[in-house]
Write a protein that binds this ligand. Structure first.
Ligand SMILES: [Zn+2]
Length: 280
């Protein structure tokens, strides 16, 4: 793939993301580990820091969906939830945040613990912008290759690493989880649900990890979307092609009358005990 082939309209100029200038507390475990109290309150409070004018109207912005169980993830026609997995990655994630802010929409970021450790400043920028922070294991392990104890362990460690990275912002990690590679078993799924996690599936897979041009990924995503008419869209904020196509994808969604729904955690997770216990 050559970046030079991208039509100008797809490219977006880099925009620095406001960094959170809070003291690093890398060693402190956040008090509210898994204890997210209604993320919606946090989200509202963060609007002021996103540089977004309160009076500005964004046609693409949809409702806020309170989610305490996977069954709450019911979308109406022409509603989508944007999800970004595997980050944070400084360059791509920053461009993605800029595009989301421009269109006034909120997404869910399924972060990898290792990545949050490596790029805490970027993780904090995502949290500070009011997006939902969710988890995706410590090191993107295929959980079907692990025993239950080890699977729980990487999920718990990943969550705690992300929580630690964003702790200076005062934001919490939502008890939302996505399986790496979408690889799962019925037993694993039931186990994580028992621990209070809401498993996010995928309705529209952009396949943006493939070595295609941004245009091809964009076209494929829109075709899939039109087939479904609604759904959870899977993207990855570690790929520059994704950062490059996102402004165009958002423009298309807006023109086609879609709304981007913001999924937020609706409950205090049952999690504190069993998941934390699995770390010991
Ligand atoms: Zn992943």
């Amino acid at each position: 793939m050559s970046v030079g082939q991208v039509k100008p309209g797809v490219l977006t100029s880099p925009k620095p993301v406001q960094s959170v200038n809070a003291a690093q507390s890398a060693n402190a475990m956040p008090a509210g580990f898994w204890g997210a109290v209604g993320e919606e309150n946090v989200t509202t409070a963060s609007f002021a820091t996103s540089g977004e004018a309160a009076s500005q109207t964004h046609a693409l912005r949809g409702r806020t969906l309170n989610v305490s169980d996977a069954s709450d993830l019911r979308l109406r026609r022409k509603e989508v939830i944007l999800t970004f997995d595997d980050g944070p990655a400084p360059r791509a994630t920053s461009l993605i945040l800029a595009a989301l802010e421009k269109f006034g929409v909120k997404a869910t970021f399924f972060m990898v613990g290792k990545m949050a450790n490596a790029h805490p400043k970027t993780a904090r920028a995502v949290a500070q912008a009011g997006h939902t922070i969710a988890s995706h294991t410590h090191g993107h392990e295929n959980l079907t290759g692990l025993g239950t104890v080890e699977a729980r362990r990487t999920v718990a460690i990943g969550e705690s690493e992300i929580a630690r990275a964003i702790a200076p912002t005062g934001k919490k990690v939502a008890p939302f989880f996505r399986f790496p590679y979408l690889a799962q078993t019925r037993a694993l799924r039931a186990d994580l649900k028992d621990l209070g996690l809401v498993i996010f599936d995928v309705d529209i897979d952009s396949l943006d990890f493939k070595n295609d041009t941004p245009e091809i990924v964009l076209k494929r995503t829109l075709v899939r979307l039109e087939q479904e008419g609604r759904g959870i869209i899977l993207l990855h904020d570690i790929h520059m092609r994704t950062a490059r196509l996102l402004p165009e994808l958002l423009r298309e969604l807006e023109q086609r009358g879609y709304k981007v729904v913001h999924a937020v955690a609706n409950h205090r997770a049952l999690f504190d005990t069993p998941l934390q216990a699995s770390l010991r």
